[in-house]
Design a protein around this ligand. Sequence first.
Ligand code: ARG
Length: 460
Amino acid sequence: MAKMWEGRTSADTSQIADDFNSSIRVDSRMYKADITGSMAHAAMLGECGIIPVSEADQIIDGLEGILADIESGALQIDPDAEDIHMFVEDVLTKRIGDAGKRLHTARSRNDQVTLDLRMHLRDDIDGILSGMRSLIEAILEIAGDNKMTVMPGYTHLQRAQPVTFAHHLMAYAMMFTRDIDRLICSKKRMNVSPIGCCALAGTTYPTNRRKESEALGFDDICLNSLDGVSDRDYVIELVSDLAILMMHLSRLSEEIILWSSWEFRFVQLSDAFTTGSSIMPQKKNSDMAELVRGKTGRVYGHLMGLLTVMKGIPLAYNKDMQEDKEAVFDAVDTVKACLDVFAPMIATMQVLPQNMMKAAQEGFINATDVADYLVRKGLPFRSAYKISGRLVSKCIDEGKVLETLTLDEYREFSELFDEDIYDAVDLTNCTMRRISEGGTSPESFDKQKEFVLNAIKDLK
Ligand code: ARG
């Protein structure tokens, strides 16, 4: 196939090589960024007197037409083109003639591709942030309804101390808030323009990089042309943010899967977000949560893939870097799809507080509160801890729980026990009274909610 870069070599590359080289299947999604970037470039070339203003206007009109036609479906992106940049330029030249050939003055595909990718990904980040907002809103909603719902908190997956379901969910809201913060920071670092770095060394044309970049909404420009065309930190940084985000989603998925099991029965997912088994009629499977957990692996894989692609590349552009897009786009698509399913899945989840309370009552998770009670009566914590441990042993031997031991039984272990022990071991009291900042009390929930709401308030 004839190539625009024909010159030094003939264009007679083999079909196999053309297919192998082509990235249009992956990068066609950047058509809007590519066209918008080219419009700003043409305008800059005209303003700086590098090409005649009339031809710059012709280019801009032509590009506007191409964008409109792609969006309306009147123009199909050619799957045999080399990449989206060549496709757009080729169509432009066919439509407007010689003026189209002036567009690629004072730039190269090397700065063009990374410009397009930065523009495309910053919009993707906005999309992910809005998905995160919906997820956090869904969490706040259920958490708000469960400020008083007592459940066992676990360490080592052993029942440890009582917490509220709200407190447990808010731990995830905190993680997602940090994810949001990371994405915002990454977007800021990403929003620096490489256009005008040209192939690798800048240009002798009197360009105005800053004006062009400002027109495209960038905060700054890359100050070293070699770095500008060969930096893919912003891609790796985004995918690492996404890998952490997926790790959080995966942990929550794992909990939802456990909670939905008959062994826990803490929640029941809506039929709309579960599947049945083809053979076992009683089954209701948490496939969505399992898929989110499973898809975490692909995002981690893309992170490792990208780090490995970049690790041995000498400056500046090398074709290896074309591999960046497939990885980052799949990571972005995966995260978006997971967020799309996750927010409604948890919003429609039925919480079963009685089962949570029952589990909380069975695990002696108020044993620490017995020890704390004795400490309040003057005993050193270590001695109190021993007495509480012996009481738990007695309960296990005799099939009792701390709430139902008689006062006489308590007193066999320490004279310090009084009627008020029952108030101290009441599971709801145990959670509501953990008033230390960040603890399980309702006041603490309110503070966390305020913090999280503040983090999402400016997100679309
Ligand atoms: N499709 C290429 C990519 O994604 C565009 C850059 C090509 N530059 C070059 N010098 N061949 O990386």
